[in-house]
Ligand binder design. Structure first.
Ligand SMILES: [Zn+2]
Ligand SMILES: [Zn+2]
Length: 360
C-alpha cells in the first residue's frame, strides 16, 4: 500500500460512554504515525473479556474499584494483528521494519523502559505504561498507530488469523502455567467457568507437559476440553469438586490456575492442592472479593500463592512461538468485524468454545 492510498477516515467500533452500546463509526479519523511510530493496517483482532468489562464499566482496578478513568470514545481491541503501512517521519525502512511487516497490537501500548519493572523484563507492571484499553485506541479500528520502541514484531511466517489471541489470552495462559511452576507430568487444574481463557490455559498446560484437568460447565466445553487431551470436571454436576480433583490426581493437584472471575471459583481451592503446590490467579472478581484460605493452611502445607497479570513482550513472543510451532493450536472462528456486538453478547453468556477472531 502506498502512503497515498491511506484514507483519511476509517471504520472503528466505538463506545461513547461506559455502559453504553458499541457502535460503528465509518468516519473515524485515521491516526498519523508520529516520531518513533508506525501506522498499521489491522487484519484480524481477537475479542478479550476485558474489552467487554471496560465497555460495560465493570473492569476492576488494583484498588478493587471499577476502572472508569478511560479515554472516550473508547476503541478497544488488544489482540490485533496487522501490517505496517507507513513509518513515522524521519524513519527509513530496514530489514526488520518496513511496509508489510507483520506486527501485533497488544494490551500494553507504551512503557517507560527505565523503571525497575521495565529493566527486569516485567514491564507489564510499569507504573508509567499506557495501554490499548484505557489510554489509546486499539485494534477495533482499521488503522492503528504503534510505538516502535515497544513494537510486537511477530514471526513473519505465522498465520495472522491465529496469532491475535496469543497476544493477550495466550500469553496470560502461558505465563500463568509458568508461574504455577508445574513440571512435566505433574497435575494442573484449570478452574474456569464461561471464560475463554480456560481453553488457552488448558492448551498451554498440555503444551508444557502437564497433565491437565479443565473445570468448567456444559457438554460443549466438555467435548472441547477432552478433545484437547485434558480431563474434564463439570462443576455443576460434581458432588464435591475437591474430592473429584483429589481422586483423579491421587491426593491433590500440583498446581491450580483460576481463570474464572467468579468469586465462587476461588472457594476451597487450598484443599485440592498438594503439599508444596501452587495457586496462580488470573481471573479478577468484581469488587473487593478476598481469597479465603487460612494462613495456617498456607504455612503448614507450604502453598505458593500468586497473581498473574498478562506477560512481558518477551513472554508474549514465547507464547506466539508455541502457536507458530503448532504446539498450541488455537481453535479460531473468523467472523466479520461488524459482528462485534453479537460476539460481546456471546461472551456475556460465556458460551464460546474456542476463540472468535474478527476480520477487519
Ligand atoms: Zn485481554
Ligand atoms: Zn517502566
Amino acid at each position: 500500500m502506498s502512503e497515498l492510498s491511506i484514507p483519511k477516515t476509517q471504520t472503528a467500533a466505538i463506545v461513547r460512554k461506559q455502559g453504553g452500546p458499541v457502535e460503528f463509526d465509518d468516519n473515524y479519523p485515521v491516526p498519523q504515525a508520529g516520531e518513533n511510530e508506525v501506522l498499521v493496517k489491522v487484519l484480524y483482532t481477537g475479542v478479550c473479556q476485558s474489552d467487554l468489562h471496560t465497555k460495560a464499566g465493570t473492569a476492576t482496578g488494583a484498588d478493587g474499584l471499577p476502572i472508569t478513568n478511560i479515554k472516550l470514545p473508547h476503541v478497544g481491541g488488544h489482540e490485533g494483528v496487522g501490517r505496517v503501512v507507513a513509518l513515522g517521519p524521519n524513519m527509513s525502512p530496514d530489514e526488520t521494519l518496513h511496509q508489510g511487516t507483520l506486527v501485533g497490537v497488544r494490551f500494553a501500548s507504551r512503557v517507560c523502559h527505565e523503571c525497575e519493572y521495565c529493566v527486569s523484563g516485567r514491564e507489564q507492571h510499569c507504573q508509567k505504561a499506557t495501554n490499548h484499553l484505557h489510554h489509546e485506541d486499539g485494534s477495533f479500528q482499521q488503522y492503528c498507530v504503534l510505538d516502535t520502541k515497544y513494537l510486537t514484531l511477530l514471526p513473519q511466517d505465522i498465520d495472522p488469523k491465529v496469532a491475535g489471541p496469543a497476544l493477550c489470552a495466550g500469553v496470560t495462559a502461558y505465563k500463568a502455567v509458568r508461574n504455577a511452576d508445574v513440571k512435566e507430568g505433574e497435575w494442573l487444574a484449570v478452574i474456569g467457568a464461561g471464560v475463554q481463557l480456560t481453553i488457552e490455559t488448558v492448551q498451554y498446560g498440555l503444551a508444557m507437559g502437564a497433565q491437565v484437568i479443565g473445570v468448567d460447565a456444559g457438554a460443549e466445553k466438555q467435548r472441547f476440553i477432552e478433545s484437547l487431551g485434558a480431563k474434564f470436571l463439570d462443576f455443576t454436576k460434581c458432588r464435591d469438586l475437591v474430592d473429584e480433583v483429589r481422586k483423579i490426581t491421587a491426593g491433590g493437584t500440583h498446581a491450580v490456575v483460576v481463570t474464572s472471575g467468579h468469586p465462587r471459583a476461588f472457594q476451597k481451592l487450598a484443599d485440592m492442592i498438594r503439599i508444596g503446590g501452587s495457586l496462580c490467579m488470573v481471573g479478577i472478581p468484581p469488587g473487593d472479593a478476598h481469597l479465603d484460605i487460612p494462613i495456617a493452611t498456607i504455612v503448614i502445607r507450604g502453598l505458593k500463592i500468586q497473581g498473574n497479570l498478562v506477560g512481558s513482550l518477551k513472554e508474549t513472543l514465547e507464547a506466539v512461538d508455541l502457536v507458530r510451532l503448532g504446539k498450541v493450536k488455537p481453535h479460531v472462528q473468523v467472523r466479520p468485524f461488524r459482528d462485534l456486538p453479537q460476539v460481546y453478547e456471546m461472551l456475556e453468556k460465556g458460551d464460546i468454545p474456542g476463540r472468535i477472531v474478527l476480520q477487519l
